[in-house]
Write a protein that binds this ligand. Structure first.
Ligand code: 2NL
Length: 347
């Protein structure tokens, strides 16, 4: 009898120690079965040995076994709660989603400097009441040359080395060398009064260097109305150069020649670097050439059916790229097409 009581106490102490030491819920369940599970468990085995005891001893021994089982079961329950809480916490940590995200600044692009310049020039003329017209970049010989008073034999044609397109008879289709064909199209499409600017891409067979590219941008202006004079042309050029380059910048006209205007002039603006005092950029003249202009030649009016007795007009043209280069101090037109982000980001 005392032997069994000692064994029960020893089994309980051993069981409680192992319950305290177990490290997972799964191990605890295995241990629980081993200690208090069934007939073959530690407690079950002790129970089976009650039969070997004398009758009067069985009751006390049975109570001792039940008490031991209760304490072991209580210890298992308590340990289970702790282990479960720990395992749930570990699982939560393991499955935790990190929803914080470091989002860098979005790289938002912007309009190319040439486009910005084009838009600004357009706005300037729109503010003076002009329309903006666009036309095709692939043109016929007639729109690009013939209608502009340059018949096939005209020596002025050699002023432009043209990129021809392999379409139709030889030299009948080309990449426009200026935006003037759009002016012809506008005069065909609408009767005067006409106040319009035509910006766009033009093409010439130039070898690239700091000032030339085979693809460049031009903006031309055309005014056709009753009583338009050379004075209107000069005033218009003074107005837009001052608006674009600033109030200290002025313009002047010098006699020149274009087949599609008569008389013709080149227009210059006071050097924006020295404001006319003279520097290396303007070769100490104080002036920088920007474009050409003149009164629309009567032969051009004849090509589009405008009566030169009733109407007169002026036209002008200049490079958008060159304008941007002057104002932003860009020393090489090739920067515009190199697409070096370090250049583009500056504007
Ligand atoms: C230049 C010179 C110019 C025109 C363009 C023009 C158009 C028609 C009739 C008459 Cl439809 N003229 N345009 C006139 C004079 C000069 O451009 O140096 N551009 C870069």
């Amino acid at each position: 009898m005392t032997e069994l009581v000692d064994e029960i106490a020893a089994a309980e102490a051993d069981g409680l120690a192992r319950v305290a030491a177990v490290a997972s819920v799964a191990d605890l369940r295995t241990l629980e079965a081993e200690l208090v599970g069934g007939k073959r468990s530690v407690i079950g085995t002790l129970n089976q040995r009650l039969g070997q005891l004398p009758v009067e001893a069985r009751k006390d021994a049975g109570r001792a076994i039940n008490a031991a089982r209760s304490r072991v079961e209580a210890a298992v329950a308590e340990r289970a709660e702790k282990l479960q809480a720990g395992e749930r916490e570990a699982q939560l940590q393991a499955e935790r989603l990190d929803l914080t995200e470091v989002v860098g600044r979005f790289a938002v692009g912007h309009r190319h400097l040439v486009t910005q310049t084009r838009d600004e020039l357009e706005d300037l003329f729109v503010a003076m009441g002009y329309d903006v017209a666009e036309g095709p970049e692939v043109e016929t010989d007639w729109y690009n040359f013939e209608a502009l008073n340059m018949p096939p034999a005209h020596p002025a044609r050699s002023m432009w080395d043209t990129l021809y397109v392999r379409l139709g008879p030889p030299e009948s289709t080309l990449l426009r060398t200026h935006t003037s064909p759009t002016q012809i199209r506008v005069m065909q499409a609408q009767a005067p009064p006409i106040y319009a600017v035509m910006p766009g891409r033009c093409y010439r067979r130039d070898t690239p260097d700091a000032r030339h590219l085979p693809v460049f941008h031009q903006i031309e202006g055309l005014v056709v109305d009753r009583g338009i004079t050379f004075g209107d042309l000069a005033g218009t050029i003074e107005a837009f150069t001052g608006a674009y380059f600033g109030p200290n910048i002025h313009s002047r006209l010098r006699p020149s020649f274009f087949p599609f205007t008569e008389p013709s002039a080149e227009f210059e603006v006071s050097c924006i670097f020295c404001e006319g005092r003279g520097c290396r950029v303007c070769s100490h003249t104080g002036w920088i050439e920007l474009g050409g202009c003149g009164m629309v030649d009567p032969n051009v009016f004849a090509a589009v059916g405008v009566d030169p007795e009733e109407y007169s007009g002026f036209a002008f043209g200049f490079g958008i790229d060159r304008c941007a280069m002057m104002r932003h101090d860009v020393d090489d037109i090739r920067h515009f097409i190199a697409n070096d982000i370090r250049f583009l980001e500056q504007f």
